[in-house]
Design a protein around this ligand. Structure first.
Ligand code: SF4
Length: 359
């Protein structure tokens, strides 16, 4: 499990940081040392982007996978200091019934999506495993690829969902800095750092085919630490479970509802992070969500990115009906799926709608 080696990775990180001035910038040989050096240096972004594009094209072809998130519940028992869904926030809570879930899914299918990411807040009682299972069973009627982003589950719970059509699990560690993690997660089951950290491997052991991990950039003053640890985590999964498709997302904090001090990552650093991740892990998938604006998203097509969400709503029931006004985060790119398809094609890439064929 990654929790068994995280302290070793931490020691390695500290040692490299101490000796960083003895390491040189490199675009060719990206190992742990040059990765950290590059993350902390001014780089020739154009050269870096070209290298990243070359690798991305050779491993993924000229394709970009498009998917849609669907929030089916925003009940949450956790106290994450940075999130509008936090249990202490007095907001309108909502949870879709089966028929409403189906209407939302039909609305997404009619738009042309074939991959869906089902999201809940983290509440084992109100959005129990049976509730998630029901949503997956409904999704199976319409989508080839079904992914979830929920609270961490036990291995046998993941297995049950996989047996019923689940293809992938997204779970963000938010930050790999344990002290900061404890400060930011005030109460609730999410306070258990290791349980969350090992959830991805429980899903893998249960037979999941795709996993997506990442930090929430902006929480940690030292973004290089969370990027480094995310990549070590992804590498650990790739090395130990080569049959699993591993992806990374780098959501950036923007939400105005956040009451805590954040450390925004600049556009230049963001592009650098995407490109260096590609150079370090050539076959890792890299996601970009509609948290990012159209300009950044369009310019990153082909430059490392392999998956994009599109036409997203971050409210519960946002496609067919608008049952809640509270968004988990603000959408920066609100263009339609068709508009995004056109941009991808204009750049010489082929939009894909699934990695899987429904049988
Ligand atoms: S980040 Fe997730 S777990 Fe934390 S309050 Fe928001 S919805 Fe709940």
């Amino acid at each position: 499990m990654f929790s068994d080696i995280i302290s070793l990775e931490l020691k390695k990180f500290k040692k490299i940081k101490r000796d960083l001035n003895r390491v040189s910038v490199s675009y060719e040989e990206i190992n742990e040392k040059s990765l950290l050096k590059n993350l902390n240096s001014k780089l020739e972004l154009e050269r870096l982007a070209l290298k990243s594009k070359e690798i991305t094209d050779s491993f993924f072809g000229k394709t970009v996978l498009l998917y849609a998130p669907l929030y089916i519940s925003n009940y949450c028992v956790n106290g994450c200091a940075y999130c509008g869904f936090s249990a202490t926030n007095r907001i309108e809570r909502d949870k879709l019934e089966d028929k409403e879930i189906e209407k939302e899914m039909i609305a997404l299918k009619e738009k042309g999506f074939d991959t869906i990411l089902i999201l809940t807040g983290e509440d084992r009682i109100r959005s129990g495993v049976e509730y998630i299972l029901k949503a997956i069973k409904i999704a199976r009627k319409y989508f080839s690829e079904i992914l979830i982003e929920t609270y961490p589950l036990e291995q046998d719970e993941y297995k049950k969902l996989i047996d019923n059509g689940l293809c992938g699990v997204t779970l963000y560690q938010e930050t790999y800095d344990k002290n900061l993690y404890f400060k930011l997660h005030k109460f609730g089951p999410k306070k258990n750092f290791e349980y969350r950290l090992n959830a991805i491997e429980r899903a893998v052991k249960a037979g999941i085919k795709e996993v997506n991990i990442g930090p929430l950039l902006g929480l940690n003053k030292n973004f290089d630490f969370d990027v480094y640890m995310t990549l070590m985590h992804a590498k650990h999964i790739q090395n130990n479970y080569p049959e699993v498709e591993v992806s990374i997302s780098y959501p950036r904090m923007r939400s105005s509802v956040s009451k805590i001090k954040t450390y925004p990552v600049t556009d230049i650093d963001f592009v650098k992070i995407i490109c260096l991740s590609r150079l370090f892990l050539e076959r890792v998938g890299i996601n970009i969500s509609t948290r990012e604006n159209a300009y950044i998203r369009d310019n990153l097509i082909g430059i490392g990115i392999t998956k994009m969400s599109a036409e997203s709503k971050t409210t519960v029931g946002g496609y067919f009906q608008n049952s809640s006004d509270l968004k988990q985060f603000e959408i920066e790119d609100s263009r339609s799926l068709n508009e995004i398809i056109k941009i991808i094609e204009k750049k010489g890439y082929r939009p894909e709608f699934t990695n899987w064929v429904k049988i």
